[in-house]
Design a protein around this ligand. Structure first.
Ligand SMILES: Nc1ncnc2c1ncn2[C@@H]1O[C@H](COP(=O)(O)OP(=O)(O)OP(=O)(O)O)[C@@H](O)[C@H]1O
Ligand SMILES: [Mg+2]
Length: 237
C-alpha cells in the first residue's frame, strides 16, 4: 500500500501566530489514522491545513499531488471531505437539503439519490427526520448529518473532527458504530481527530499524538495503548 495522504513537517499560522511547528503523518489508501492531543494541540488546525483553510508550509500530498496553496473547494474536488468540529450543518435547511448540499459538485441525479438512501440506511435516525430542519435535530443527529453530508461528496478521504464532542457516551458510540460500518463497507480512508482515544481506537489502526503543534509520537494503536503516558492522558487508566 502507498500513502494516500502524506504530511511532512507541516507548519501553519493564523496571521502572524504560528500554531503548527512540524506535523508529519501518513494515511494509507483504505486506512484510518487517528490524531490525538490535548485542547489547543493543533488537531483542528492540522485538518484545516489539509483542507486549505489556513496558511501552511511543509509538504502535504494527496495521491501524489501537493495540496499546499490550494483553496478549500479545490481540495474538496480532489476527493477530500471535511466534517468540521462543531458539525457545521445548515440549521435553516432540512436534513435532505443538507445531504444534497454535500453532493453539490456532483451531477448524476440517480447516483445522488442512491447515496441519500445509503446515508439513511447508515443513519436510520436521519430517515425519520428527513424533512425536519437541521436546527431541530438533537446533537447526536446533527453529528450524524454532518458525517452523512461529508460522504455525499463520495470522497476518497474523510477528515473527521471530534465527532463525539458534546454527545452522551451511548450516542457517541452509536455515531462511531455507523462510521465503523461505513469503513467496513467502503474503501473510504479516514483521518480521525478525537480526544476520546478509546472511541478513536474502535475505528483506526494507528494514531499520531500532537503536542503544541508537533507530532511527538505515532504508531499502531496496540503499541500506543501499551504506553503508560497514553493510557494516563487519553484512556483514563
Ligand atoms: N482562528 C484562529 N485564530 C488564531 N488562533 C487560533 C485560531 N484557531 C485556533 N487557534 C489557536 O491555534 C492553536 C491550535 O488550535 P486547534 O483548534 O488546532 O487545537 P485543537 O487541538 O483542535 O484543540 P481542541 O481539542 O480544543 O479542539 C490554539 O492555540 C488556538 O488558540
Ligand atoms: Mg479542535
Amino acid at each position: 500500500m502507498s500513502a494516500l495522504l502524506e504530511l511532512d513537517d507541516v507548519t501553519a499560522s493564523y496571521g502572524h501566530v504560528q500554531v503548527l511547528y512540524g506535523v508529519s503523518l501518513a494515511v494509507e489508501d483504505g486506512g484510518a489514522v487517528g490524531i490525538l492531543g490535548a485542547n489547543g494541540a493543533g488537531k483542528t488546525t492540522t485538518l484545516r491545513a489539509i483542507s486549505g483553510m489556513v496558511r501552511t508550509g511543509g509538504s502535504i500530498t494527496f495521491d501524489g499531488m501537493s495540496l499546499v496553496g490550494l483553496r478549500p473547494d479545490q481540495v474538496a474536488r480532489l476527493g477530500i471531505a471535511h466534517v468540521p468540529e462543531g458539525r457545521g450543518t445548515l440549521g435553516h435547511l432540512t436534513v435532505k437539503e443538507n445531504l444534497l448540499v454535500g453532493a453539490y459538485q456532483r451531477k448524476n441525479r440517480a447516483e445522488i439519490a442512491q447515496d441519500v438512501e445509503r446515508c439513511l440506511d447508515l443513519f436510520p435516525n436521519l430517515a425519520d427526520r428527513i424533512s425536519a430542519s437541521a436546527a431541530s435535530l438533537s446533537g447526536g443527529e446533527q453529528q450524524m448529518l454532518a458525517v452523512a453530508r461529508g460522504i455525499m461528496a463520495r470522497p476518497r478521504l474523510l477528515l473527521l473532527d471530534e465527532a463525539s464532542l458534546g454527545l452522551a457516551p451511548s450516542t457517541a458510540a452509536n455515531v462511531y458504530g455507523a462510521i465503523g460500518r461505513l469503513r467496513r463497507e467502503s474503501s473510504l480512508s479516514m483521518l480521525v481527530v478525537e480526544q476520546n482515544a478509546a472511541l478513536a481506537f474502535t475505528l483506526v489502526e494507528s494514531a499520531t499524538v500532537l503536542e503544541t503543534g508537533r507530532s511527538v509520537l505515532s504508531g499502531p494503536k496496540e503499541e500506543l495503548m501499551g504506553k503508560d503516558e497514553i493510557r494516563r492522558a487519553y484512556l483514563g487508566s
